[in-house]
Design a protein around this ligand. Structure first.
Ligand SMILES: Cc1cc2nc3c(=O)[nH]c(=O)nc-3n(C[C@H](O)[C@H](O)[C@H](O)COP(=O)(O)O)c2cc1C
Length: 153
């Protein structure tokens, strides 16, 4: 009998102006990749229509002016305009901030309320440059989400 490996696809989409959220995104990706049969796409852009081909979408975004950056806002507007169906997929958000850190929470609200995604994790935040402890938390976040699919199958 032929066996097959079911690949879980995880998208880590991030915006980072000075590299702080990018460091977090790389650690999240490493955590997800540590689980076998997990395919991870780490990118600042994928075509909006392609988002539906992933099992989980993890958004990394820093906070500017108490908001998510325009790039992230416009991106999810396009995903909505193009009627990309993300219902039931796993969603998470993380990001670096300086003093208020609204962006990941705002993203999670959109994933949950507009796209009806399954949001189970609180936003993960790092003040400015993530230290080793936060990077470990990022790794564990990616790992936990990838693992949640492994235990489901
Ligand atoms: C012009 C400007 C506005 C900012 N506004 C906020 C803000 O409203 N709230 C906050 O928590 N951090 C704010 N920050 C801090 C950034 O979120 C912080 O520097 C973060 O580490 C940037 O991450 P990145 O390198 O991933 O873009 C601001 C930074 C700049 C330069």
């Amino acid at each position: 009998m032929l066996g097959y490996v079911w690949m879980v696809k995880i998208l880590i989409l991030y915006y980072s102006r000075t590299g702080n959220t990018e460091k977090m995104a790389r650690a999240v990706a490493d955590g997800a990749k540590s689980i076998p049969a997990t395919k991870v796409e780490l990118n600042y852009y994928v075509p909006e229509e392609d988002v539906a081909s992933y099992d989980a979408v993890l958004v990394g975004t820093s906070t500017y002016h108490h908001d998510m950056p325009g790039t992230i806002k416009n991106y999810f507007e396009e995903v909505a305009v193009k009627n990309v169906n993300l219902k039931g997929k796993v969603g998470a958000a993380f990001g670096s901030y300086g003093w208020s850190g609204e962006a990941p929470k705002l993203v999670l609200e959109i994933l949950k309320n507009r796209f009806e995604m399954n949001v189970t994790e609180a936003p993960l935040l790092a003040k400015y440059t993530p230290d080793q402890a936060i990077l470990e938390e990022c790794f564990q976040l990616g790992k936990r989400i990838a693992e949640s699919f492994a235990t489901k199958s």
